[in-house]
Design a protein around this ligand. Structure first.
Ligand SMILES: Nc1nc2c(c(=O)[nH]1)N[C@H]1C(S)=C(S)[C@@H](COP(=O)(O)OP(=O)(O)OC[C@H]3O[C@@H](n4cnc5c(N)ncnc54)[C@H](O)[C@@H]3O)O[C@H]1N2
Ligand code: MOO
Length: 880
């Protein structure tokens, strides 16, 4: 790697008009990147943060508060585009509450604070070039907002995205705007200098700045924190909140052993293999709320000293040049995080604040809760909960993920959530006006929810119309919930022999004719048909002018009275229009050949384009690649075909009792049979699969393994650890990680977990947590995982066909659960199917499972079937 990449980048930055500080900072990080810096913070270099000041215990007089606020400015990070919610403009322009956008609320919060405390309290946005105009237009509504001598915003710097190998600036002519990225929010310190805002603030006597994200409505400029900072003469204060299981992925503060300074370790800064320490919420028990207070004088001094290079830890972010297109080339974005500046200042402190100061709106689930009556805006435009207790948990289906889909489905406002503990929506119903959610609500499969509906509240003894979380789901509800999260896998050009069983993503056209040229279908002699007129009555002799074998191009032509010896597949020579088979001649190799029959023109000639004409569609989108398709594609000369990518499944078994087959059994131990079984079932369904092995009963170990596999797996299947036992590790580790644990009204397979695991770079990986009993695991695979894999591969039908079969013996079943029994199904003499249930129907009978070739289905409302009754069966093996 040479400095060529750096020179080219700097050149581009100059052309774009970026200032010397921005370029110096880029150079600084570029050299670090070249030197292989990863910006990681190893666990053994830090100690947990330890005891810190809690905001609740800070006592500040009104005078101190006013004094502190009078020297403070509010700066909002406002470059976010809300791409995660399908937005393309400024995220803060989204209407979030009572018809107000984030920016309206921010402006009103600031104006209210000014009035309450009689202070100037400037508000400044750090925009990107894409958010500035739209944001300032919203703030125009507030003529009193601007403060003399200060702009309402400044624009953050930009830098080129780099090619990972050459470190050259990436070129993306399709959309050159995507060749640039902001250098992370750590750039705020540089941009404050380059924009002149830092000097302007200090000139006005503003000494402190409160920095926070504009999508965090809890981040109000709290006078108590300001006063505490002033009282203790602190250069820098970071707000942290107590960490819960659902904050395992948020960055945390820690103390660096080497110099005792506080450092921030964000997700991207975790050393390989150390995820489990990072996620250990007992060890690192607070997270960084990204609300930061800085002494601007100290900042200026430091920036001057360091010529604008604050030296924040580098973050090497790997993305695709077009973030919306995962198949676009990978790039490196050099970034830094605002909060890491904590390590730069001697004497920085952290303060523990209530979670109400961390209320970001990252998803439309968050948006629903904020918009609802669970929260209201008080007279200072602070977001306050209208009722006590935890916020409702909301999980909307994928149709609501983008703001556009969300607005369309709540055209008359969001439901009342004051009395709601959870709301899950499966499917994509449109909600009417004035709807109330009470308790736990699950909406599944509705087309619309009517005006004035009360959801979840039922008179005593009534049967719920839909099941609520924690209660029992039907098999169909659970499958629908799973499938609603899945879309066909991205397409990929794939070599022929790797495409077997995959679905063709776009029509394939022939670029040549088949046959490619007129050729012989018999060994014999190429002739002009007219030369042999009359040969049937008396043999005729033709002069042999040459010979042509398959693979040759004849350099001669065949005239009247002439013949050329020809082999099957060889091109017909010019002049000839038919072939006489060698059997109808004397077989001479040279001189003259005696022909004993006449031939019509075209006889034994396979004309060019007879099979396939160039330009025609030979394999249509949607067809499944099999041996015959491969023959055709290969014949047409295609080495690759564009198909939906084969999903890669990783299988993990859990349980301390498990040992691998081949290992001796200790007391209480059993062999792991689910790993091999689920691996084979996945491969049988068309996926590629790998066995990751056994994880014992440690949550930390499981999380570490999942962190690792989430980087490459397309689907993860775990078995075991999902029921009610004391060591149910999967349920323990993954509840609150996006995985839902439910009971499904089926037997076997009642306890089930499913959800999307978040991997590196926000990759969403479907995870199935199947029950441990071997038969339960197998049946769960058949009923839930196989259809899901088929959806990813775009194979149809997703579910196995049900066929009628006559039971040859009776069976009992639980009422209220759909039973999937195991049976041997065969054909009767009349050709109908008969099903013989295997003897062992318990969830642990592996031998009877292996004997069976079908599952039979006993519906939920049936408790007994007698011999001779007809049941639906799913045949597990293809019929010959
Ligand atoms: N009190 C309750 N207990 C159980 C309930 C319940 O509702 N309340 N549900 C039962 C049902 S139904 C099932 S199914 C199982 C599911 O159990 P887990 O998923 O938690 O699985 P484990 O407890 O880890 O194991 C169950 C069983 O399967 C054996 N096993 C586990 N993994 C493997 C493997 N890889 N290869 C072979 N065998 C395996 C394990 O040794 C246990 O015997 O819970 C019931 N309990
Ligand atoms: O429902 Mo469990 O799955 O009986 O074995």
């Amino acid at each position: 790697m040479s400095d060529q990449g750096l020179r080219a980048s700097v050149e581009l930055m100059r052309e774009r008009g970026l200032g010397p500080e921005a370029i110096r900072v880029f150079e600084h990080y570029f050299h670090q990147l070249q030197a292989g810096a990863l910006g990681t913070i190893p666990e053994d270099s830090i100690e947990p943060l330890g005891d810190i000041q809690a905001l609740g215990e800070v006592h500040v007089s009104d005078e101190e508060a006013r004094a502190a606020l009078s020297k403070t400015a509010v700066i909002k990070l406002n470059g976010g585009l809300g791409t995660g919610m399908g937005m393309t403009g400024a995220k803060s322009a989204l209407e979030v509450k009572d018809g107000l956008t984030f920016l309206d609320i921010i402006a009103l919060q600031v104006l209210a604070l000014r009035e309450r405390w009689g202070v100037e309290l400037p508000l400044v946005l750090m925009n990107s070039f894409r958010t500035s105009e739209e944001s300032l237009a919203i703030l125009e509504k507030y003529p009193d907002l601007p403060v003399e001598g200060l702009p309402l915003d400044f624009i953050q710097n930009a830098e080129p995205k780099l090619c990972p190998d050459s470190l050259m600036p990436v070129r993306w002519p399709r959309d050159p705007g995507l060749e640039w990225c902001p250098p992370g929010h750590g750039d705020i310190y540089v941009s404050l200098v380059t924009s002149g805002v830092l000097d302007a603030l200090l000139e006005k006597g503003i000494r402190y700045a409160f920095l926070s994200n504009s999508d965090n409505l809890g981040a109000t400029c709290d006078p108590d924190v300001a006063a505490w900072m002033v009282e203790h003469g602190l250069p820098y204060v970071a707000e942290v909140c107590t960490r819960t299981k659902s904050d395992r992925k948020g960055g945390h503060l820690a103390v660096r052993k080497a110099d005792g300074r506080i450092v921030l370790r964000d997700t991207a800064m975790v050393a390989e293999g150390e995820e489990r320490f990072f996620r250990d919420i007992k060890r690192h028990n607070t997270f960084n709320a990204n609300n930061v207070w800085v002494d601007l004088e100290v900042l200026r001094e430091r920036m001057t000293q360091k010529e604008g290079v604050l030296g924040l830890p580098i973050i090497v972010n790997r993305k695709n040049v077009d973030p919306a297109d995962p198949s676009s080339p990978e790039v490196i974005q050099i970034e830094s995080a605002m909060g890491t500046a904590i390590e730069v200042f001697e004497g920085s402190e952290a303060i523990l604040v209530p979670r109400t100061r961390f209320r970001p709106v990252k998803t439309t689930n968050d948006l629903l809760v904020i918009r609802s009556d669970f929260f209201s805006l008080d007279e200072s435009y602070h977001v306050v909960a209208a009722v006590e207790g935890p916020e409702p948990f909301v999980d909307l289906d994928s149709a609501y993920r983008f703001v556009s889909g969300f607005e369309k489905r709540f055209p008359k406002g969001v439901p009342s959530m004051r009395d709601c503990t959870s709301l899950r929506v499966i499917g994509d119903p449109v909600f009417g006006r004035n709807i109330r959610c009470v308790g736990d609500v699950l909406i599944d499969g509705y087309r619309r929810v009517l005006d004035d509906a009360v959801l979840g509240e039922l008179p005593p003894g009534a049967v719920p119309p839909v099941s609520a979380p924690g209660e029992v789901r039907t098999v169909d509800e659970h499958l629908r919930a799973i499938l609603s999260t899945l879309e066909p896998a991205p397409t990929q050009r794939t070599p022929l022999t790797e495409a077997l069983g995959l679905v063709v993503a776009r029509d394939v056209r022939a670029e040549i004719n088949l046959p490619h040229f007129d050729n012989a279908s018999m060994d014999g002699y190429a002739v002009r048909a007219e030369s042999l007129a009359g040969a049937a009555e008396a043999p005729l002799r033709l002069r042999i002018v040459g010979e042509v074998a398959a693979g040759q191009q004849p350099p001669f032509s065949v005239g009247p009275g002439e013949a050329a010896r020809i082999m099957t597949g060889a091109p017909i020579p010019e002049g000839a229009d038919a072939v006489i088979a060698v059997e109808d001649t004397d077989g001479a190799a040279s001189g003259e050949v005696e022909c004993r029959t006449a031939v019509r023109a075209g006889r034994y000639v396979r004309p060019r384009g007879e099979d396939v004409t160039s330009g025609s569609v030979v394999v249509g989108a949607g067809s499944v690649v099999g041996a015959r398709t491969l023959a055709l594609l290969a014949a047409c000369g295609h080495a690759e075909v564009e198909v939906h990518r084969r999903p890669h499944v990783v299988v993990i078994s859990t349980g301390a009792e498990l040992v691998a087959p081949g290992e001796p059994l200790g007391p209480g131990q059993i062999h792991d049979s689910n790993s091999s079984m689920l691996w084979a079932a996945a491969v049988g369904a068309g996926a590629s699969a790998e066995v990751r092995g056994v994880v014992g009963d440690s949550e930390e170990e499981l999380i570490a393994v999942l962190d690792e596999v989430a980087a490459a797996a397309d689907v993860v299947i775990t078995s075991g650890g999902v029921s009610m036992g004391a060591y149910d590790v999967v349920k323990g580790a993954l509840s609150g990680e996006g995985i839902d644990f439910v009971k499904v009204a089926m037997q076997p397979g009642k306890p089930q977990g499913y959800g999307l695991l978040t991997g590196p770079g926000g990759r969403q990986v479907p995870l199935f947590a199947l029950p441990g009993n071997p038969v339960s695991s197998f049946v769960s695979f058949e009923v839930f995982v196989r259809p899901a894999l088929r959806r990813l591969m775009r194979l149809t039908p997703e579910k196995r066909r049900l066929r009628p079969a006559t039971l040859i013996s009776g069976v009992d079943s639980f009422g209220g659960r759909r039973q999937f029994g195991r049976a041997v199904v065969s054909r009767s003499a009349e050709g109908t199917l008969v099903a013989a249930p295997v003897a062992g129907q318990g969830s642990h009978f592996v031998a009877d499972l292996s004997r069976a070739n079908a599952l039979f289905v006993v519906p939920e409302d049936v408790t007994e079937l007698v011999a001779g009754e007809v049941v639906d069966v799913l045949l597990l093996d293809p019929e010959a």
